[in-house]
Design a protein around this ligand. Structure first.
Ligand SMILES: Nc1nc2c(ncn2[C@@H]2O[C@H](COP(=O)(O)OP(=O)(O)OP(=O)(O)O)[C@@H](O)[C@H]2O)c(=O)[nH]1
Ligand SMILES: [Mg+2]
Length: 438
């Protein structure tokens, strides 16, 4: 049984008490205080070990405690320290505080060590308290108690790619084909009940890719249908998701429906997982219905699709190469994260708002197009649209003249000039009449 979560109650060792003792030897009267210190309590230490597969050991033995330090002894002997409690855990283990769910420790690299709970310090024996004024002290200190706590240990498998698909899509068959892992494969749903990790070896490139095969997802997994979402945590750390889709629809489902539902379930599980880059693998291409369905599928889903068949092994080499390029190849050639999903109703509303925003600046642009009409002598060769704008602007420019508005419009100047010309003859006439009078 694969166990990826366990609740544990841990306690580090208490420190040993200090000792009260006086040296008593033949012919040595009043030998003085010689009580030793107590030993330190053992720590609770987590060690990351790649040979550990899961957390089974903690499920069956959840109460663990480190050893206490021994009390001090006479003749200035310190008590021995309590031994540390070493807890080996597989890479990808997280330790959370029970109740608050605070992440306390995370171990990802083989050999990593984390002291989860420190052991208590040992107490001081009476030899530490002797002085010129107190030559026979009976004073000691007790050992400090160790720490204790309840924790939840969770395993999140570390793999480069995670296989996601409906039950019977062929995830385990593909894992068997590409890696040395041997997950069970059979023509009934939920054959795989836990995570299987396999390694794809690229001997020619001196490289490897770690692949995680998880149990199948079905519609309503977020409501705990099937095995629910619980295994999706194992693909949370993958850099790439591989959607395996039964392209032949051998279970009377359409492949595009499978794809839509898988996307939805990922979204409902976590937005982080939904935003991971992915590639789609069309499996079971050896079956007759597959080719036609693949065409329809590609019309609906625009992402890259790699057709393969685990039976005839068609497309497997190409898949291996594309996988390597997607995980280890140049960064700019790797698949990009999908655009964030927007609910269709929200998308419609956004489209309307966007359209309104696009129209608004056009309406503002009209007066700007009319501006050159003020100067009349605008020599800019206007496009047909601009010409029409200029034509439309002409009556607008005349209007202020008719209304005699106070605005300094270019056409007002000739009016003033006319007024001056008329005024001049009047003055001349007045001067002529004055001359006649004289
Ligand atoms: N015709 C055909 N059948 C396939 C192909 N790949 C897998 N199968 C069959 O599909 C069935 C299911 O395969 P599995 O690998 O167990 O499917 P799975 O996705 O791991 O299923 P679960 O573990 O239940 O989630 C098995 O009977 C396989 O033999 C393929 O390329 N062509
Ligand atoms: Mg399987």
């Amino acid at each position: 049984m694969f166990i990826d979560e366990a609740k544990v109650e841990l306690k580090s060792g208490d420190g040993g008490h200090g000792c009260v003792s006086f040296r008593r030897e033949k012919f040595i009267p009043k030998g003085g205080p010689d009580g030793g210190n107590g030993g330190k309590g053992g720590d609770v230490v987590l060690v990351c070990d790649r040979n550990e597969g899961d957390l089974q050991a903690y499920r069956w033995q959840p109460h663990r405690r480190a050893r206490n330090g021994a009390p001090g002894q006479g003749r200035q002997c310190a008590g021995p320290d309590g031994g540390d409690l070493i807890l080996p855990v597989p890479p990808g283990t997280q330790v959370l505080e029970e109740g608050s769910n605070r992440l306390v420790a995370e171990l990802t690299e083989h050999g990593e060590r984390v002291v989860l709970l420190a052991g208590g310090k040992g107490g001081l024996g009476n030899m530490n308290f002797k002085s010129s004024v107190n030559q026979a002290p009976r004073r000691t200190t007790p050992g400090y108690p160790g720490e204790e706590g309840n924790f939840r240990i969770v395993l999140k498998t570390i793999a480069d790619i995670g296989l996601v698909g409906y039950p019977n899509a062929g995830k385990s068959t593909l894992t068997n084909l590409l890696t040395a892992a041997r997950p069970k494969m059979a023509p009934y749903p939920f054959t795989t009940l836990h995570v299987n990790v396999g390694v794809i070896d690229y001997t020619d490139r001196f490289d490897r890719i770690v692949m995680a095969d998880i149990p199948g997802l079905i519609e309503g997994a977020h409501e705990n249908r099937g095995l629910g979402h619980q295994f999706l945590r194992h693909v949370e750390r993958c850099s790439l998701l591989v959607f395996i889709i039964d392209m032949a629809g051998s279970e009377n489902r359409e492949p595009w429906d499978d794809h839509r539902i898988l996307e939805r379930e990922l979204r409902l599980y976590s937005p982080i997982l939904a935003a991971k880059p992915r590639i789609i693998v069309a499996n079971k291409m050896d079956l007759p219905a597959a080719a036609a369905k693949l065409k329809k599928f590609q019309e609906r889903v625009k992402d890259m699709v790699i057709p393969i068949s685990c039976y005839s092994q068609e497309g497997i080499q190409e898949f291996r190469d594309k996988l390597w390029a997607a995980v280890k190849g140049p960064v700019d050639q790797r698949p990009k994260a999908p655009a964030p999903y927007v609910e269709p109703a929200v998308a419609k509303r956004l489209a309307k708002v966007h359209a309104a925003k696009v129209v608004a600046p056009k309406a503002k642009a009209k007066p700007a197009a009319a501006k050159p009409a003020k100067g009349k002598k605008a020599t800019v060769k206007a496009t047909p649209k601009a010409k029409s704008a200029v034509k439309k602007a002409k009556p607008v420019a005349k209007k202020p003249l008719l209304k005699k508005s106070a605005k300094p419009v270019a056409k007002k100047k000739p009016v003033k000039v006319v007024a001056k010309k008329k005024a001049a003859p009047v003055k001349k006439a007045a001067s002529k009449s004055k001359a006649k009078k004289k």
